[in-house]
Design a protein around this ligand. Structure first.
Ligand code: NAD
Length: 504
């Protein structure tokens, strides 16, 4: 924390009861441009009183918001999607400045969130109950999907637009009120989106934002007035959040870490497959939860390693704001040091370094947190570069004799976030789809993040909780199903006397 740098940089505000307010905390952190180390802003670590105030306002606002007509709720998100489109360039520039990814990729980050806002605008078709007529004589049963109350979201640094937009639009559209805790590493674009949400008509108290780290997250997990938490971030923190908040009686969903493998069969279209995998490995400097970080080359495809290296070598490393950049900086100096340390351990563990991206020369951005594309071959389980989620531009290559062996290899990894197969053989692709134990499966597609008609998911260590964020599943996550069984007496349904048996 950088209390001493209480200087000129603007402060990031809290959002409480519809007002952007200055925190009274004494703990602040700098928000830093990872390409230049320029301090862009200072973000507060909210006090317990501020967290309580956010939750209390959300609780109060819920009393009226839960009964607000569907059309009114939906129209706010229609307006918000328009505002996001109108401000796309500004949002992307802010995102690139604080997060580091390239401007086109930042627009993609905003756009994938925008799709969820559009989906929230269709809430009238999503939050529908069921009715069974005449379940007994003169009796109907129907369900209503009611909002839970105050819900909370905790988000990671790597998609500071998309992931907050996975959360608050669907929670609020279903009639809940919300407290968001953005990543303290890049909260500025998230705040700008929240300002646009206010402009779109979200009433005071319905959307609140508190900033901070561990203490604020723990306060959210423990708060008795918060009913549900959606978390996206690392497996370590997500597991902690899941356990702590579940113990406090909350509904929790945690989307967590990854080690995403791609299988390349020798019949794959070579050029297309290598382009796709190199883009998915090194795009966003490898800091996507769906980045391909391991490639299993099957049979003859093992001869393609030099082609991967040639493609990766040709990528342009620079600041995300520089036109034509392919690979921007990683989020922080600490992240750069961690990635470099893992590369060192990979070499020490006996993996073959085919391309070493450490300490690249990036003219004009000498202070940036850059790591260039790095490729290891001969990677095996037990090596740190395989066992850990590197979350940087490092691709591990291993070989497999056949598809069955490759599937077994992937299923033995603890993570199950995303995976992909490259082949022209439909039967092989179908076998992969059936037997792989991973949430998001791509066929000739490296980053199969589902659009909001579906829901993001995850298997094994990559996810805790049974329902996913956004899409159909999140409507169930953010609502409580109430089942009503009703009889209206008329002459034909009148019963006589007391009935003590279980029947309708
Ligand atoms: P992180 O777990 O460090 O942080 C996530 C959130 O938890 C942040 O808001 C942070 O402030 C908070 N936090 C950090 N340390 C904490 C602690 N000790 N106690 C309580 N709260 C704490 O994750 P990150 O580094 O911001 O993001 C990268 C991770 O997120 C990667 O592991 C990536 O795979 C994962 N991720 C997963 C998905 C998915 O959908 N599965 C999507 C994006 C990112």
């Amino acid at each position: 924390m950088d209390a001493s740098t209480a200087v000129q940089a603007p402060t990031v505000k809290l959002l409480i009861n519809g007002q952007l307010v200055e925190s009274k905390t004494t703990q602040w952190r700098n928000v830093v441009n990872p390409a230049t180390q320029e301090v862009l802003a200072r973000v507060p670590f909210a006090t317990p009183d501020e967290v309580n105030a956010a939750v209390a306002n959300a609780k109060e606002a819920f009393k009226t918001w839960r009964k607000t007509p569907i059309g009114t709720r939906a129209r706010i998100f229609l307006k918000l999607q328009q505002l996001i489109r109108e401000n796309m360039k500004e949002l992307a520039a802010l995102l690139t400045a604080e997060q580091g990814k390239t401007l086109p990729d930042a627009e993609g980050d905003v756009f994938r969130g925008l799709e969820v806002v559009e989906h929230a605008a269709a809430i009238g078709n999503l939050q529908l109950g069921e009715l069974a007529n005449n379940v007994a004589s003169g009796v109907d049963t129907y369900t209503v999907m009611q909002p839970l109350g105050v819900c909370a979201g905790i988000t990671p640094f790597n998609f500071p637009a998309m992931i907050p937009l996975w959360m608050f639009p669907m929670a609020i559209a279903t009639g809940n009120t919300f407290v968001l805790k953005p990543s303290e590493q890049d909260p500025m674009v998230t705040m700008r989106l929240c300002e646009l949400a206010l402009e779109a008509g979200i009433p005071p108290g319905v959307l609140n934002v508190v900033h901070g780290g561990e203490d604020v997250v723990n306060a959210i997990c423990d708060h008795p007035d918060i009913k549900a938490i959606s978390f996206v971030g690392s497996t370590k923190v997500g597991t902690h959040v899941y356990n702590r908040a579940s113990l406090a009686g909350k509904r929790v969903q945690c989307m967590m870490g990854a080690k995403n493998h791609a299988i390349v069969l020798p019949d794959a279209n070579k050029e297309q497959s290598i382009n796709a995998i190199v883009g998915a490995s090194f795009g966003a400097a490898g800091q996507r939860c769906m980045a391909i970080s391991v490639v299993l080359l099957v049979g003859e495809a093992q001869k393609w390693i030099p082609d991967f290296v040639a493609k990766a070598k040709a990528l342009k490393i620079s600041a995300g704001s520089t036109p034509g950049t392919d690979v921007g900086p990683v989020i922080s100096c600490a992240a750069r040091e961690r990635v470099e340390g893992l590369i060192e351990r990979g070499i020490a563990d006996g993996a073959v370094i085919e391309l070493d991206g450490r300490k690249p020369n990036v003219p004009g951005f000498e202070k940036g947190n850059f790591v260039g594309p790095t490729i290891f071959s001969g990677v095996k389980p037990g090596m740190s570069v395989y066992d850990q989620e590197i979350f940087g531009p490092v691709l591990c290559i291993a070989g497999a004799d056949d598809l069955e062996q490759a599937i077994e290899f992937i299923n033995a990894n603890p993570n199950g976030n995303g995976t992909a197969i490259f082949t022209q053989n439909g039967a092989a692709a179908r076998m992969f789809q059936e037997d792989i134990d991973v949430g998001q499966v791509g066929i000739n597609l490296p980053v199969p993040v589902p659009v909001p008609l579906f829901s993001f998911t995850g298997s094994r260590a990559s996810k805790l909780g049974d329902l996913g964020p956004y899409g159909k599943q999140v409507v169930l996550f953010y609502t409580q199903t109430k089942t009503v069984t009703a009889r209206w007496f008329d002459d034909s349904t009148l019963h006589h006397g007391v009935n003590t048996t279980i029947s309708l």
